[in-house]
Design a protein around this ligand. Structure first.
Ligand SMILES: Cc1cc2nc3c(=O)[nH]c(=O)nc-3n(C[C@H](O)[C@H](O)[C@H](O)COP(=O)(O)O)c2cc1C
Length: 330
């Protein structure tokens, strides 16, 4: 059985990729990911705020030492809390590239089309095989309409495609009214891949202290369902390749993501929970399942349960919703 796949134009031995996480911050854990069989490695992110602080001492054009902005900017971590400064990140990327043979995807994380994006070129020069840009934003300004957010993301992709020769993937949130149209806009802007979806780290409320508490819990398979829906809707209808991220907990979750339409399956929580060796478990299970189902290759498998052949995807979604509610009553 042939488990090889193409993601962002990169030929991978199989779809299971180590997603962006602290596992890429140290050379020895990067090597462990490759030894464990990761098909590619996405680096942890370099953040827009980190870059602008290092370059100009400002975050979003505001000086944290200015009393007018100090309170608003206080929650941002100080430079020394990041695992690498921007310069160190590039040096680390070079070392990672020297240390492993699998494709290395660098990661930029931010929301504006501004000068920090020059780091994309520096990452390309440092040897990155591709760039993943993570657009993580919660829009709390009530004056900003959805279309303005969509335009900003599209402009970032346009700018990156203008600057870079390497492929560009965009890691996105699911919170758009019409995600299919967003995907199409990014396709038109030249994105080579869509990574769906960002997990939002939603603060919890501490009722004892009466305060908001940041919380980061590792994901569970239940989070995958939202990804499966959109992989299935997008499959075959946009040009960029598709990566699943969020909720790949078991080998069956990996199969589901590919059957829905994923070219690549990114894993973080499962690797933090079980260690990098879990990639081999995923790969072995995929091979066994393909043999059992007599499916020869990824092209035959990918999108087998997508909505590509559905005459009306919206009607399908609506009908399924109504059926699900009815099933509860019977
Ligand atoms: C500890 C930790 C650190 C992460 N760091 C990054 C990061 O630097 N950049 C990024 O784009 N995503 C980052 N992520 C998000 C993951 O790449 C991934 O999208 C998310 O965890 C969902 O995948 P999972 O269900 O396999 O964990 C991080 C996740 C965790 C748990």
């Amino acid at each position: 059985m042939d488990t090889s796949t193409t993601y962002l134009g990169l030929r991978l031995a199989h779809p299971f990729v180590a997603g962006a996480s602290p596992l890429s911050s140290h050379l020895d854990s990067v090597k462990r990911l490759e030894d464990a069989g990761a098909a590619a490695i996405v680096m942890h992110s370099l953040f827009e705020e980190q870059i602008t602080m290092a370059e100009s001492g400002r975050i979003r054009h505001r000086d944290p030492l200015d009393s007018e902005f100090a309170a608003a900017l206080a929650p941002f971590p100080p430079a020394e809390e990041y695992s690498h400064s921007p310069e160190q990140y590039l040096q680390h990327l070079r070392s990672v590239k020297e240390a492993v043979h699998v494709p290395v995807i660098a990661s930029l994380n931010g929301t504006t089309r501004e000068s920090w994006l020059k780091y994309a070129q520096l990452m390309e020069e440092a040897g990155a095989d591709a760039l993943e840009v993570n657009y993580y934003e919660v829009t709390t300004d009530f004056e900003v309409p959805g279309v303005a957010v969509e335009t900003r993301i599209r402009d970032i992709v346009t700018e990156l495609k203008r600057r870079l020769k390497i492929p560009v993937a965009v890691k996105l949130s699911p919170f758009f009214t019409a995600f299919g149209n967003v995907a199409r806009q990014l396709d038109a802007a030249g994105a080579d891949g869509l990574v769906i979806f960002n997990r939002f780290y939603q603060p919890d409320v501490d009722v004892r202290r009466i305060s908001a508490e940041p919380s980061l819990e590792l994901s569970r398979g239940s989070e995958l369902l939202l990804r499966l829906r959109w992989l299935a809707i997008l499959h075959g209808r946009v040009r960029p390749s598709l990566a699943a991220t969020g909720g790949i907990e078991t080998p069956n979750d990996g199969l589901k993501a590919i059957l829905a339409g994923a070219h690549a399956v990114q894993m973080v929580s499962a690797l933090l929970r079980h260690g990098p060796g879990f990639i081999q478990t995923m790969r072995d299970s995929l091979g066994r399942w393909m043999e059992w189902q007599k499916i020869p290759d990824m092209d035959s498998m990918r999108g087998a349960v997508s909505l590509l052949k559905s005459p009306d995807a919206a009607a399908f979604e609506r009908a399924n919703y109504i059926r699900a509610l009815h099933r509860w009553n019977t």
